[in-house]
Design a protein around this ligand. Sequence first.
Ligand SMILES: *Cc1c(COP(=O)(O)O)cnc(C)c1O
Length: 454
Amino acid sequence: MLDSIKKIFANTEEDRRPAGAKPDISREKSSVLFEKAKKYFPGGVNSPVRAFKSVYGTPLFIEKGDGCFLWDVDGNQFIDFCCSWGPLILGHNHSKIKEAVTIALEKGLSFGAPTALENELAELILKHNKYIERLRFVSSGTEAVMSAIRLARGYTKRDKIIKFEGCYHGHSDALLVKAGSGLVTFGETSSLGVPKAFANETIVVGLNDKEALSKAFEDFKGEIAAVIIEGVPANNGLLLQSKEYIQFLREITQTHGSLLIFDEVITGFRLGFEGAAAYYGIQPDILTYGKIIGGGMPVGAYGASAELMSYISPDGGVYQAGTLSGNPVAMAAGIAQLTELSKAGFYKDLNKKTEEFVTAIQRYVSAKNYKVTLFHVASIFWIAFTDQEQIQTACAIDPKSIEKYKILHRELLNRGVYLGPSGYEVGFVSAAHTKIELEKAKRAIFESLDVVFS
Ligand SMILES: *Cc1c(COP(=O)(O)O)cnc(C)c1O
């Protein structure tokens, strides 16, 4: 057992290649592992987008991460803009998080009973977030959203929910109705195995379409429990909405006695400590968190006013539970990460760095007349192969343009830059991306775009 673990970490420094190496990177060891994995897991993976179906080559098996760098098992080094899909806003292997986790795990991994660590993380969040009064920890974003929907239904005594085309909210049945991300990549609009009766309770409308939403509220008068939207839709490209539209969602839900749910699994602690709610200055009824909140450990949460949260068991009649909820090691990681994020100037520096990075790339593609637009908000960016200045809906994305991303992805890997393995995925800049690395990444992106358009 120990031998097999030792073997995983057997790479020496010489096995690793510096970032920026250009010939096709070796994926020898990754390929062997992938072939083996296919015997164990459907598609060889434990989450579909990891299978690299939308880009070239074998998925890279990762050996370790540090700061803004990743190393795969073949020893290739990358500047990482995937950041585990968003959680790692401080970069990989952050010393403070490692220390906190180490202290916690010395005491045991799980008790199934309350710990002071849960209070600590809750206090840290609630003290700095005026949009929620109570919260409940769960173990993933999916779970947080699923529970938020149940709360909305339990509170309003209504069954139907409205979601938007191009928003992803995890893989619970009610929300696997024309979801984005991996699903769009696979060219599917929903999943097998979701009962039709469930899907019937979910109404899907286009983003930025006031008429469609008004019509949905008229068609199902008195039946809509909630409208759910991503803080900023970032799972199917980056579909930046106007504040005015979000304000419209706030008003129409209020008019019809429905709740407004912000799914802040990406935007929470990313757009700022208070996420999208503070970014717009709009108070939703329920907020969901995930990704960053656990510092790289599996944590999710949902929160609302004290009144709404009193509907959750054991106080109220909306049942929700979790064997590993509030896990002490995960709480410790969350506390360490959020403590760093709550420090003055954290987001200002990170966002400024991202702005400069994105602006430089935009300047380059404009000078070269490449059909590329970079969309960004805070430390999230999306490289889109379009000359449209705005993309606000899923259907405004030309699926053919995504083909170009495959080349960009391969060329970037060959130059030591790791982006998410699909053109619909956004990139994340972390506090660990230094000016030097961002400069290197920029040059790699310029060269790779030259190849894409050559
Ligand atoms: C990632 C994500 C989820 C699902 O979270 P998991 O932890 O993967 O279950 C839900 N909503 C949004 C907006 C997400 O980005």
